[in-house]
Design a protein around this ligand. Sequence first.
Ligand SMILES: Cc1cc2nc3c(=O)[nH]c(=O)nc-3n(C[C@H](O)[C@H](O)[C@H](O)COP(=O)(O)O)c2cc1C
Length: 191
Amino acid sequence: MTYVENKDMGNLRIVAFAGSLRKESYNKKILEIIAEKVAGYDVEIKILDLNDYEIPLFNQDIEDEGMPLKTKEFKKEIHNANAILIASPEYNGSFSGVLKNVIDWVSRKLNPNESMYEAFAKKPVGLVAASPGGLGGIRGIIQLRGVMFDLKAAVMPEYASISEAYNIDETKIAKLEAFGGNYIEFCKKLI
Ligand SMILES: Cc1cc2nc3c(=O)[nH]c(=O)nc-3n(C[C@H](O)[C@H](O)[C@H](O)COP(=O)(O)O)c2cc1C
């Protein structure tokens, strides 16, 4: 069940991405399902694929030469969004290294006047996870929350985790739909 009361969301621009580079990523898939299910609401939800940005492993030597162009493009997408939705794969009980690397780059300043918190601070951040295992990636989400708090994001307390993600049935789709509706309602309260 979703709790969205008002479909007029004005200028809500959600940027979503999964911390996976895998073509058939379950995490990319659940973002697509959420986006499809909230399509009826007056919101813009843009899903970014990290493969399009070729973001290098963070290295301050690279940064000293200037943030790579495509990394900068990705950072700007996050910067210009007023809400962010992240799908987090779980690796060894935590969120993926790919995801942490991207977050680290986005937290870096493009100019001296910028705060490291600008991209995420005060923005409603929704967290979801999908995994073939039985816990659905919740251990990664719990740790990701800590990082997002550190960046002063307004993390939505509710999250959605999808276990046995090789089989996304109607019950799981309904869970994602409910999460999507609640996330939009949460964004509405903060934007
Ligand atoms: C190095 C590694 C560690 C993993 N550790 C976990 C884990 O701790 N918990 C879990 O549920 N799945 C784990 N998995 C399985 C991933 O959840 C699975 O590969 C999943 O498909 C990754 O997300 P994606 O489909 O979005 O790429 C691991 C996979 C790899 C490659």
